[in-house]
Design a protein around this ligand. Sequence first.
Ligand SMILES: C[S@@+](CC[C@H](N)C(=O)[O-])C[C@H]1O[C@@H](n2cnc3c(N)ncnc32)[C@H](O)[C@@H]1O
Length: 311
Amino acid sequence: MKKHAPKAALCHARSIVMPWSVIRSDTSPSRHLSQTPPAVFSVCQRESPARLFNNEEILHLNTYDFMAYVGKSVINPGGTPGRDKILALVKPQPGTRVLEIGCGTGHTACHIARRYRCHVTALDISPAMIDTARQVVQTQKLQEQVDCRVGDIAHLPFADHTFDSVICQAVLMFVDKQAALQEIRRVLRAHSRFAGLEFSWRCEPPPRVRDLTYRICGCRTLEFYSAAVWGQHLQQAGFDTVESHEQPFTMLSPSGFLRDEGVANSLKIFGRIVRRKANLQRMGEIWQHFSRYTEYFSYTVLAGVTPGHPA
Ligand SMILES: C[S@@+](CC[C@H](N)C(=O)[O-])C[C@H]1O[C@@H](n2cnc3c(N)ncnc32)[C@H](O)[C@@H]1O
């Protein structure tokens, strides 16, 4: 196991100076996780974001609702390289049915539909995310190929053996892993593939860093695991040919941000963040935390195949 570097050295070596990095953020326990409201706010981006939330609400948005709110399209620790890794494992075939669970803003679902000519069902528990995903699907003129619907990974609203492949990015870490994986296995056909990616601890963090990470993410049930433990979850759920590979976390770095969003969208996001102090403060605390403790973070690409005889 890696030795923990002294905090000061870590800060010095890892801090990345972005405009939001100079905003002092409140990471004190006074902003308790238990005060975090549920993720029920609209992330609709057609209206001016400034009109949608008051400052207090922005400071209490969980990380992924906040990222969607400021216009980020990719909201998972793997970014576009992670997405491409899981798609290389799933290898969607033209004309097949793919389920994406926790689709967020719908960009991955559109990418799969266009690139692999599949029918994609994009599901998310948040009606606001599904509204955003529907707008993205409409803008990309993919209504024939991408169907967006609200639903819970633990109670998938589909018949047994409906899909040829299932993917999910940064969702299992919030939910009951076995309940979710059993549902994924149920809706997959025999000999079909699931692939996903989830946040991992690259090395065991001190409890203070772990708790602060979960608190800053603003989700009560969040859990990161090592790649080995993510793999064990898939095995326990009855998947065969399980793979779990640890990958470097680069999403919250300037180059990772540009890579995932492109120049034009990065500038739009930047504009939304800097025009409001609460946005700068929320982005500042997220960015500073993940930069300061970056050596603890990675993500895991995981995949498994359903057994020959349906569950
Ligand atoms: C970290 S975001 C990832 C979004 C998207 N997969 C991406 O990579 O950009 C997590 C997503 O999972 C959704 N989610 C959380 N719990 C869920 C559940 N029980 N069932 C389905 N979706 C869920 C959230 O609403 C959110 O859109």
